[in-house]
Design a protein around this ligand. Structure first.
Ligand SMILES: [Zn+2]
Length: 280
């Protein structure tokens, strides 16, 4: 599948040209390298990078440099993971919610097509990340994997000093002193910032807003899109193991022999085994 990626200012600053790059995305769960991914590793964004590295290449089929993925904005990374989940497993999200109205608490099933979510991301890409606090206007860039890696290495005494340091690193250098003034004058800037970032980075701060069909109450719930995508891809990896196990048990082929067979043909063999077993 071809996707186009408009690289942001951030990536251009790190040496990747900002022109539109055409990328090729293959489904996860096809090749031996997909089995190597450890879904239980501690660092989640490291895991996300490894999956994207496996499945995204340029038009010629050449793998991209790691720095490309670390320079991606977090929202864009989530979009790619969701696209991968859609290609490999499911093109919609099904969630079961319980109504938050204590007198109702009925179960609701919600379905969201992934194309709607990726559209949200694409719409947000052309927006200026300007935030007005007190009388000042600050221009923020959206965070990337590199920022996440840097923040994790730092030690913060409390949540608010962590937020201040994060905002500082996302501002253009000329605005850092302005921000220090604003921080001392205006107490509620964190709330304003959260609101603005939710609109500007909708996939990073995604929440489900549903009106209960039984009592009409409004339900608002955070939903971690990246975690959902990882869960789908983990399922795909497990499915590949089952396929290998089944073909190996039946035909006595080795793991590498099975992985050398194109995925479509593996499914054909599985169907033949099923048929044989059903006729027994
Ligand atoms: Zn309800």
């Amino acid at each position: 599948m071809l996707i186009s990626n408009s690289t942001s200012n951030v990536t251009s600053a790190s040496g990747i040209d900002a022109e539109k790059t055409e990328l090729f995305l293959r489904p996860f769960g096809w090749l031996a390298e997909d089995l190597e991914i450890d879904f239980h590793q501690m660092c989640r964004h490291e895991l996300e990078m490894q999956i994207l590295e496996c499945c995204i290449s340029n038009r010629e089929g050449t793998k991209l440099d790691r720095t490309f993925f670390w320079n991606l904005e977090i929202g864009k990374r989530i979009e790619y993971l969701l696209t991968l989940a859609a290609l490999s497993n499911s093109s919609k999200i099904n969630v079961n919610l319980r109504c938050s109205n204590l007198e109702c608490q009925r179960q609701m099933e919600i379905t969201i097509p992934l194309v709607e979510i990726t559209r949200l991301q694409q719409q947000s890409e052309n927006q200026e990340t300007e935030i007005a606090i007190a009388t000042e206007k600050l221009l923020l860039r959206k965070p990337t994997g590199n920022d996440q890696r840097l923040w994790l290495k730092q030690q913060f005494s409390d949540e608010s000093s962590a937020t201040i340091a994060m905002v500082q690193s996302l501002l253009v250098s000329e605005q850092r002193s302005t921000f220090q003034q604003v921080d001392s004058q205006e107490q509620h800037w964190i709330e304003t910032l959260n609101q603005v970032m939710e609109e500007l980075d909708p996939l990073v701060n995604f929440n489900l807003q549903v009106n209960c069909p039984y009592c009409g109450s409004e339900n608002l719930q955070d939903f971690d899109l990246g975690a959902w995508a990882l869960q789908q891809l983990y399922g795909v990896q497990q499915q590949l193991m089952v396929t290998i196990h089944r073909l190996a048990s039946h035909y006595h082929w080795s793991e590498s022999e099975i992985l050398a067979i194109p995925p479509g043909r593996r499914s054909n063999y599985l169907a033949l085994i099923d048929r044989e077993e059903n006729y027994r």
